[in-house]
Write a protein that binds this ligand. Sequence first.
Ligand code: NCD
Length: 303
Amino acid sequence: MPKGLLGIEELERSEIEQILERAKAFQPQGGQTFGKVNTCTGRMVVNLFFENSTRTRSSFEIAAKRLGAETMSITASGSSVSKGESLVDTLNTLVAMRPSAIVMRHAASGAPHFLARHLTTPIVNAGDGTHEHPTQALLDARTIMDRCGRLDGLRVAIIGDIAHSRVARSNIHLLAKFGVDIVLCGPPALVPRDLARIATGITIEYDLRRAVQGADVIMMLRVQLERMHEPSMQAGEYFRFYGLRPEHVALANPDAIVMHPGPMNRGREISSEVADSQQSMILNQVENGVSVRMAVLERVLLQ
Ligand code: NCD
């Protein structure tokens, strides 16, 4: 059965290295845009998004086009899902039209894994509930390597609503495979202690100042209000304790970088001074989203 990409957990370190290496070859040179390579001419990629997205959906679409593939996007609100069709029936309908791959985002953790067991079309997970967001972790790794030259031995602080973050979970799996020293930090209710058991080298810290001390990378996360019954903290209180400000960045390594997967809430998890600073890699992450998704789609389409 053709393989898609469901999560980082099931990837070998060598597979991750291959994807990151290929993504590097796709990065734009100087002021140019992404090269058009046409390795996937004649293939059709369907983007099926049951949850909102700006960055992920558009960069999958641009990536497919840069590879020479055709692409089509469906959002749940404009599809028959809103008429009560089951997920399996929606997917079987699309598969009957013979796409080469389906890129899918869904609010239920495990939805793409469940579908992958029933379908012959490869599925690329563009985020499933609070579980995984593999291409985000890959583009984050590409961004860190571009700036720091390596992953091994770095100290990465992941800050915020870790409990509801598929970005955090995929990053933890990826960074752990590369021997990164990982610090997880946020309000106690939003930092599940069992994540520290994924690998050795993962620690939990509730104090933001202590978490960022000596960090090479500070990775901020959005508070996922849409996945909470009741927010545990008001925005102002959250910002006071966990909002990243210049005084915190000053405690990290002098050449530390700041990341955020977006969409960011300025004044809640990050201050504008930090988000717009020289150390902020937020737009580099968006740019790398295209080259990494080109590498992932090419791997899926050309097997
Ligand atoms: C993230 C997501 O959807 O999980 N966004 C993204 O893909 N860049 C993070 C978030 O929504 O906070």
